[in-house]
Design a protein around this ligand. Structure first.
Ligand SMILES: [Zn+2]
Length: 504
């Protein structure tokens, strides 16, 4: 995910040329627990280390991984996620502090999730059918689902409608004693996207339906274990008025589409890869697309589509150029090939998160996609190149290899920032880009680092995870042990996934 950029007026960045400028999603400062002075020293040290490292990118990474392998025996990496929801706590509306040390593995995993959306002007009906797998068969534990403020219509277990065998409060739906072996959970909820002003979950803006689920927006769509270590394969069927919402998009590949009675139509999407729910996305509205193709190094043709309101379409040429450049660069430099036959980008003016890497359906604020020579500066072009690359690179670093918990947020962001900085450097001038990086760090990071808003890169607790999307995780992470471990584990998992895909 990337926050929306607010350009710095009068900064040196605007005086620089297009080539070598950086991606601009690091807009707000993030602080680490060092003092500013100590951070300056560390940062300068990081810079020299980083420059050396990037110059030897391939060989350096291998060297780095060897070092991690040798030392991993004596290292411990504390990881955690949300603790199991407490039914007592959920009765209270006061925010709860989540502690790293309280991590517990989930008692239930979700294997597949079939979603069905009936989009309407007054209300939207969301039906989910989830295959639930107990972590340990034969032991019955409560299954608690997140769902603040959701209206429950019905709930079924293995096809049987539940009347009393569940607990519902303002934040959670709990099954006190679900089956002790695999079972099917069907839940129907009613939501009101047109009234959703939080812009988390499913909301409606300028006539279009749009989602934002990172970090904890999916729980506002349907009852769910909304935590990144719950990974499932999704299908998504969308039904809506054809005139008002001619375009229906979700993750993965389009399996079916067609017309229905009453002026409606539908689309059925299937994402073949497991993902956490924060990567789910849905878009429905009046959009048009710029289409292109990219042939991967293995010879597979990928359809690329950038969707915008009709009047914005002429301004998407640079974004398409950036996407194709990013896809090619990731193959050449990191050996990572795109893994589906379709890649969609949606750019709408009302998306408040800046940009979001939903699997195969990236959603952007228009500011980070649209450019024309009449209205865009060199810095705007550079920013688009960087942020399009950033969200695309998440396809592997963040999506296919993802976080187990939100305390690991800085790992997926740090590695992906590193990758997009390398991309922008290779596309332009490496020294100029580093100067721009440092200028931003000094302008944003240091003041926050010296303020009451200072916080560690990896916090020990949080109340609302959204507060940690403050951007400058990139440079400050280069000496982080977890960052190196993430790179190590990324390549371990990537090799496993690659081997599985080539075996099948
Ligand atoms: Zn990101």
């Amino acid at each position: 995910m990337a926050r929306l950029v607010v350009p710095i007026r009068g900064s040196g960045i605007q005086k620089m040329g297009f080539l070598g400028l950086i991606s601009s999603f690091q807009t707000q400062p993030i602080s680490c627990h060092h003092s500013s002075q100590r951070f300056v020293r560390n940062f300068n040290s990081n810079l020299s280390h980083f420059t050396e490292f990037t110059d030897r990118r391939r060989s350096g990474l291998q060297h780095l991984l060897r070092g991690v392998r040798q030392s991993k025996a004596r290292l411990t990496c504390s990881v955690a996620t949300q603790p199991a929801p407490n039914i007592e706590e959920s009765k209270m509306d006061t925010p709860k502090e989540i502690f790293l040390k309280d991590y517990k593995m989930p008692d239930y995993y979700f294997d597949s999730v079939d979603l069905d959306f009936l989009l309407g002007e007054e209300k939207t009906i969301v039906s989910s059918k989830i295959t639930v797998l107990p972590r340990i068969e034969g032991i019955s534990c409560p299954l608690t689902l997140d769902g603040p403020g959701l209206k429950l219509i019905s709930i079924k277990v293995d096809g049987k409608l539940l009347k009393e065998d569940y607990l519902l409060d303002s934040r959670h739906l709990t099954l006190p004693s679900p089956p002790t072996t695999a079972f099917t959970l069907e839940i129907v909820t009613e939501i009101y996207p047109q009234d959703n002003t939080s812009l988390e979950g499913l909301y409606k803006s300028s006539g279009n339906f749009c989602t934002q689920c990172e970090a904890e927006g999916f729980r506002r769509i349907t009852f769910y274990q909304d935590r990144p270590d719950i990974m499932a394969k999704y299908t998504c069927r969308i039904e809506a008025d054809k005139t008002l919402y001619p375009v229906l998009l979700s993750n993965g590949n389009l399996m079916e589409k067609g017309d229905l009675e009453g002026g409606k139509h539908y689309a059925l999407w299937e994402d073949p890869f497991k993902k956490p729910c924060y990567l789910f996305a849905l878009v429905a509205g009046q959009l048009e697309s710029r289409d292109d193709t990219f042939v991967t190094r293995s010879g597979r043709e990928v359809l690329l589509r950038i969707w915008t309101p009709a009047q914005d379409l002429p301004k998407t040429a640079h974004a398409m150029y950036s996407l194709k450049a990013a896809m090619k660069w990731d193959e050449e430099v990191f050996g990572l090939e795109y893994d589906l036959d379709l890649f969609n980008i949606v750019a709408v003016p009302d998306f408040n998160m800046g940009a979001m890497e939903n699997k195969s359906l990236n959603i952007f604020n228009s500011k980070l996609v649209l450019a024309s020579p009449e209205t865009a500066s060199d810095a705007d072009y550079a920013a688009i190149l960087g942020v399009i690359g950033h969200e695309y690179f998440h396809n592997w670093t963040g999506n296919r290899v993802t976080c187990r918990d939100w305390f690991q947020l800085s790992l997926k962001e740090g590695l992906t920032v590193f990758r997009d900085q390398e991309f922008s450097s290779d596309m332009g001038s490496r020294p100029v880009k580093r100067i721009a990086d440092v200028s931003k760090l000094r302008a944003y990071q240091f003041p926050q680092d010296a303020s009451p808003m200072a916080h560690p890169v990896r916090p020990h607790s949080y109340i609302k995870m959204d507060n940690f999307y403050t951007g400058w995780s990139s440079v400050s992470l280069f000496l982080s042990l977890e960052f190196f471990l993430y790179i190590y584990f990324f390549f371990v998992f990537y090799n496993i996934i690659y081997k599985m895909s080539t075996d099948s």
